[in-house]
Design a protein around this ligand. Structure first.
Ligand SMILES: [Zn+2]
Length: 380
């Protein structure tokens, strides 16, 4: 067999992996066709990845003609052995899972602990939690963090709801626990990756998380949009006229101070003089939407609509607390976004309420960052 240049080999390997991320399994012939390589040449790359534990052979019987499918003819991303540590650092809790290369269908965590209020305590809790994780030498560790994150530099630049993470060397800390490459993934970008392939026809969308904070990320043609600056869809720090609340970012009047969980609770208290939980907010807007809630949803819709109009995307995926609001509120928000998105004059604009898929998104990031560019031909 003629030698393939390493760069071409890696490009073809990446194409094969991309195919497998987008579907549950594929035949060797389909994968060869996707790369435009001969079956033996593609087969060699697939065999190397099977040996390395990246993909596995699977018996799939042709659904139409039972018994016709040849065992071993299909391959998929490996499901058996965990090779990645994925972690979500949240304001409330830190969650950890060990996962195989195949993206999980449902959110799953092996262990979690309450996120403490300083870096030293976090590392201590992490070391304890790592004892529950049955993977000694992971291929990589992926950590999602909220805030403005310099993913390349492995630093959190600003985290209005988790300020201690700004001065913490999270990558160094994780390397104390696991001898593996570490990558930080901005939280909403991780959620956007988690949405990729989770539903059909969803390669272009704006992801908006409305929870402790309000953040966004943009997926264009199946790739996370990267700006020049380490900023990702900071829709939550857009000032809203008439809003004077101070924000954790140092600014004033940010959308986040209205639409985040805390912002909604504060608005309820300002209007009614009582209410201290998100459940109180849900109850207060159950029958009809108070003026403050309409104004807040209008502000969200303005920001989301502007982003859809600028990027030429006709789909927004909403996750977080916003999906737990009563239908009257989510319907109102959906209609307001449709009005704000100019594409609605021509065709449908989709507003989708979705669950958070952190584990899946981090795993996707792990495949993109570490598995695709790795030459597995020498791996044992
Ligand atoms: Zn702000």
């Amino acid at each position: 067999m003629p030698a393939i240049p390493a760069s071409l080999r890696l490009a073809n390997q990446a194409t094969i992996l991309e195919r497998l991320l987008g579907r549950k399994a594929a035949t060797r012939a389909e994968l060869a066709k996707a790369t435009g390589m001969s079956k033996p040449t593609a087969g060699k790359i697939i065999d190397d990845m099977i040996r390395a534990g990246v993909v596995e052979e699977v018996k799939i019987v042709d659904g139409v003609r039972p018994g016709v499918g040849r065992p071993g003819n299909h391959v998929r991303l490996a499901t058996s052995r965990p090779h990645f540590i994925v972690m979500a650092l949240g304001v409330e809790s830190t969650k950890i899972a060990a996962l195989p290369p195949a993206p999980p269908e449902t959110e799953h965590w092996d262990t979690e602990f309450q996120t403490p209020e300083n870096a030293d305590a976090w590392l201590e809790r992490l070391i304890q939690a790592a004892r529950h994780i049955e993977i000694k030498r992971p291929w990589a560790v992926l950590l999602s963090t909220p805030g403005i994150v310099d993913e390349r530099g492995g630093r959190v630049l600003l985290s209005p709801n988790l300020h201690w993470s700004e001065n913490a060397d999270l990558v160094w800390m994780l390397k104390q626990v696991w001898a593996a490459p570490v990558a930080l993934v901005q939280e909403v970008r991780a959620l956007a990756l988690g949405e990729l392939g989770a539903r059909p026809d969803a390669d272009d969308f704006l992801m908006v998380d409305i929870a402790d904070g309000v953040g966004g990320a943009l997926m264009l043609r199946g790739r996370l949009y990267n700006g020049v600056l380490p900023l990702s869809g900071e829709i939550g720090h857009t000032p809203i006229p008439g809003n004077l609340r101070p924000c954790g970012c140092g600014g004033r009047g940010c959308l986040e101070t209205l639409a985040s969980e805390r912002g909604l609770i504060q608005s309820l208290r300002d209007a009614k003089g009582s209410g201290s939980t998100f459940a109180d907010v849900v109850r207060a807007v159950q029958r009809e939407l108070p003026t403050w809630m309409r104004a807040t949803l209008d502000a969200v819709a303005t920001g989301v609509g502007a982003a859809l109009n600028i990027y030429g995307v006709r789909r927004v995926v909403l996750v977080g607390r916003v999906t737990e609001l009563p239908t009257a509120a989510t319907d109102y928000l959906s209609a307001a976004i449709q009005r704000a998105a100019v594409w609605s004059r021509f065709d449908a604009v989709a507003v989708i309420l979705a669950p958070k898929r952190f584990a899946r998104g981090l795993l996707m990031a792990g495949i993109h960052k570490f598995v695709m560019p790795m030459d597995w031909s020498g791996a044992s």
